[in-house]
Design a protein around this ligand. Structure first.
Ligand code: MRU
Length: 344
């Protein structure tokens, strides 16, 4: 995809404002970590790996004017602000831990050198994410027949990562391998990542995409038109329970009901072995207005109760396989995921 999700240029960070897509392509500039934190919180940028990259760049920005002194205290302040933005995507904590390690290993450097080292680490996280998606995509593509239709939920594409995508990376890799792949995209209420973002980036790449409302997925699965479901993940627990965009769990239940394989595209940075099972994954709840307003207009009576969890957890037993950059994990996941994490 030609448009960049996030970019470090001239010691500033640039992001396409995903809230305005597909209507307008507006690129915003960020000069400090507070702005980056606000961009993550308000979903200018979203998607677990992209949030991780943004947080790493945010830390680097926070050291741009560092003249020496209490580097660790400065880091703690920056990390606290960034960590508070969105709780479910473990890539955020993962990227901050990596930046913290880099900081601690380089405390002897003077201010300007320390900034350059942190900048290099943030750019490495960005570049590695691209490479990870390509590797993961290749493994995933092998699971698809020469002609296949993929149903996906939310946006686990170029816009959710440094580029290329995880679930949509599998689609892209399969097409690069000469396979004929079409996509059904759930619109993904309430933020419409499927209708707005997945459809937008697939159209840009001329990949056939059909948008459906979330409540149509059962009918589409039952029709036999779908070869497999592929989704991304914000955090996958050690036992293979998968946290992803709200609506993923019912999709997995319906896929099982209709014997359709349910795949999760998960870079190892989103697999959290410290989290034993899905019950321990913190689930973000977002503002009621995302539910009761649509395109700025009230669609429910004022004062009505609202429940708006942004993610759900799909139990491992409903997951056919988890696709990572080091290969495809199959059940039992406690063993296969640990092995892949260790690099075996
Ligand atoms: O709330 P969002 O848009 O950040 O949620 C994104 C998702 O649920 C994605 O599927 C997940 O982050 C994986 S992105 C490769």
């Amino acid at each position: 995809m030609a448009v960049k999700t996030i970019e470090w240029r001239g010691d500033r960070v640039f992001m396409i404002d995903q809230r305005l897509l597909p209507g307008r392509e507006v690129v915003r500039r960020y000069d400090d970590y507070r702005g980056v934190a606000e961009a993550i919180r308000t979903m200018v940028i979203r998607g677990a790996p992209a949030i991780g990259v943004a947080a790493a760049m945010g830390v680097a920005l926070g050291f741009r004017d560092f003249a020496g002194g209490r580097a660790e205290a400065r880091f703690d302040r920056i990390a606290k602000t960034l960590r508070a933005t969105r709780p479910t995507a473990v890539n955020l904590a993962w990227a901050l831990e990596r930046m913290e390690r880099t900081l601690r290993e380089n405390l002897a450097l003077d201010g300007a050198r320390l900034f350059r080292r942190l900048r290099a680490e943030a750019l490495a996280i960005y570049a590695e994410d691209l490479a990870v998606n390509r590797a993961l995509g290749k493994f995933g593509a092998e699971l698809l027949d020469a002609e296949a239709t993929v149903l996906t939920h939310c946006n686990a594409g170029a816009l959710a990562t440094a580029g290329y995508g995880t679930a949509l990376g599998v689609v892209r890799a399969a097409r690069e391998a000469g396979k004929r792949i079409a996509v059904y995209a759930d619109e993904t209420r309430p933020f419409l990542q499927g209708a707005r973002l997945t459809a937008w980036e697939l159209r840009k790449d001329r990949i056939p995409v059909t948008v459906i409302a979330d409540n149509m997925a059962g009918t589409v699965l039952r029709s036999g038109r779908v070869s497999c479901v592929i989704v991304g993940t914000d955090r996958t627990a050690a036992n293979g329970d998968v946290a992803n965009k709200i609506g993923t769990y019912p999709l997995a239940v319906m896929a099982r009901r209709h014997d359709v394989p349910f795949y999760v595209a998960a870079p190892l940075s989103s697999i959290d072995l410290a989290c034993a099972s899905g019950e321990l994954i913190p689930i973000e709840e977002r503002a009621p207005k995302e539910i009761v307003e649509f395109a700025g207009k009230m669609v429910a009576p004022k004062g009505v109760g609202v429940f708006n969890p942004a993610f759900d957890v799909t139990p491992a037993e409903l997951v056919t396989a988890i696709i990572t950059e080091r290969g495809v994990a199959r059940p039992p996941y406690a063993e296969s995921l640990a092995r892949l994490k260790r690099g075996e």
